[in-house]
Ligand binder design. Structure first.
Ligand SMILES: [Zn+2]
Length: 517
């Protein structure tokens, strides 16, 4: 007797091989059989008639981290067919916090984080495979200061990293465009990369720059891969400045060349031409010495004009001021949510100096403002999507209920993977089987997750049943908190999390730990 049989679908097993009509059986959280199972009995049956049956989708770049504290249902992700999220990205993770500074969202170690999750009887609908954030690690040891770490501090960072990797974190993420990540030099990053390599971990990077200086930034990451031997990974690959639009092929050829040289390098992206991050990302790194408070002090001091000059390089006229849409006020100035920088400047601040307006937004929101930046071009995005890249939402799991959302999320939070499928058909990027591989076996292979990402007996039973013809996001920039459509059933660790397009009460998501090699 099986626990579950999914009957009558077309199995796309994650390898990219042509789909075939087959039933899929599950018992004790594992896939037990795939084939003609009409003589097999099961406690529960799901119909997949006319649908594709795929391994559960893997969100290759997530910020869900502690999203379960707000809402354990992980609805924005589940309705995309996502069963596992790679978390702890862009240098930021819930651990390791400095002793004494642990809070709701942070813990001293991966182990204490999991123990608290269990002790507080927390739950979540979707699995997470966490990374250690380098920025979090650096802050725990050296604060948010613009200086190299001392030898002694570096040894402490290595020890903390080793401890969390030994417990099962999947690697270490870099956030080199944020404080304190960008205060790190190659010596520090190589030394930590060597620890990541010892544990066969992944080293994904939000690179130091994704625009005018992207080649320099990518060279730095590839150098870290070369000198440390760690498998490096480009997070949310993009060209985010109009002056470098059109150079996707050139950037991609740098990755290919590095691979020929023996450096292991992979990449993910989200299928949208707008990014979403802090407004302070447009400020020079030195101005974030001391973090957000440091920035506010610099904005009040003699170097204010230097900061404004950096902002001006992005928003030098009214047309560019429309490319910045404020989506989160940090709880300080609700009137600006949903307005472009131009509207904030002209309507609320009565100025056409957009850099001044940005500085005012930073000041009034205590540097907590987040923006959607319309700064990429479609051709570059489609070029990267047509290569060997994984797909990541670059977002945390969110509910669609406006009462629980204080912000206006980027539509990628609710739609990244369905949008990839939609574009794959519309632009003829690849077959359905290939699209499935890109969101299952490929990210699993990048992270060295060995028991998920394929439909095969013995693998963990993470399964997504969807309609390839109708899978699509409903989230738009104007109305982003809308669940995606086209996903019919989702099975996670053998339990049914989504049935006939509706979430069940099952909360079987787990923190996945990397087994010791
Ligand atoms: Zn990032």
């Amino acid at each position: 007797m099986q626990d579950l049989i999914i009957r009558g679908g077309v199995v796309m097993d994650g390898t990219g091989a042509p789909g075939r009509q087959a039933d899929v059986a599950v018992r004790d959280g594992l896939i037990t059989a795939i084939g003609d199972l009409k003589n097999e009995q099961a406690k529960k049956t799901l119909s997949a008639e006319g649908l594709a049956v795929a391994p559960g989708f893997i969100d290759a770049h997530s910020h869900s981290d502690t999203a379960f504290l707000l809402d354990e249902r992980c609805r924005s992700k589940l309705y995309q067919g996502i069963t596992t999220e790679i978390t702890g990205n862009c240098g930021s993770s819930p651990f390791p916090a400095a002793p004494g500074s642990e809070g709701e969202d942070s813990c001293a170690s991966f182990e204490s984080f999991l123990r608290r999750f269990e002790r507080e009887k927390r739950a979540m609908a979707v699995n997470q495979a966490p990374l250690v954030g380098h920025g979090t690690l650096r802050e725990a040891v050296a604060g948010c200061a613009d200086r190299p770490v001392t030898d002694e501090e570096l040894e402490r960072m290595k020890a903390l990293l080793r401890r969390d990797l030994a417990y099962g974190a999947w690697g270490m993420s870099l956030g080199l465009e944020y404080a304190p990540g960008f205060f790190a030099d190659e010596r520090e990053l190589t030394a930590l990369g060597q620890v990541v390599r010892e544990f066969d971990g992944l080293l994904p990077a939000h690179m130091r720059n994704e625009g005018l200086r992207i080649e320099e930034a990518l060279t730095e990451l590839l150098n870290i891969g070369r000198s440390s031997g760690a498998r490096v990974h480009v997070s949310h690959l993009k060209l985010d400045h109009f002056r470098v639009h059109g150079s996707a092929a050139k950037v991609w050829s740098m990755l290919e060349k590095a691979r020929q040289e023996g450096i292991s390098v992979s990449a993910d992206l989200y299928p949208y031409t707008a990014s979403c991050t802090t407004l302070s990302i447009r400020c020079p790194s030195w101005s974030l010495d001391g973090g957000d408070e440091g920035l506010l002090r610099f904005l009040q001091g003699p170097r204010r004009q230097e900061i404004l000059a950096a902002i001006r390089s992005h928003y030098f006229d009214a047309s560019r001021a429309d490319t910045c849409l404020i989506c989160d006020d940090g709880g300080f100035w609700p009137e600006i949510i949903g307005k472009t920088l131009r509207r904030v400047a002209e309507d609320l601040l009565h100025t056409t100096d957009y850099a001044e307006a940005a500085a005012e937004v930073l000041t009034r929101t205590h540097a907590r403002a987040w923006c959607i930046f319309f700064v990429m071009c479609e051709d570059d995005m489609l070029y990267f999507l047509s290569r060997e890249t994984a797909i990541g939402s670059d977002a945390r799991a969110l509910p669609e209920d406006p009462a629980l959302l204080r912000q206006m999320p980027h539509p990628r939070a609710f739609g990244a993977i369905p949008e990839f499928f939609r574009l794959a058909w519309e632009k003829g990027l690849c077959t359905a089987e290939e699209a499935v591989r890109r969101v299952t076996a490929l990210p699993a292979a990048m992270l060295h997750i060995r028991n998920r990402g394929f439909l095969r007996p013995g693998m963990c039973a993470d399964i997504t049943v969807f309609d390839p013809r109708t899978i699509a996001p409903r989230a738009t920039y104007a109305h982003s908190a809308r669940l995606a459509e086209g996903v019919r059933h989702v099975v996670i660790n053998g339990g049914v999390a989504l049935e006939d397009g509706e979430q069940t009460s099952y909360r079987g998501g787990r923190f996945l730990r990397k087994p010791r090699a």
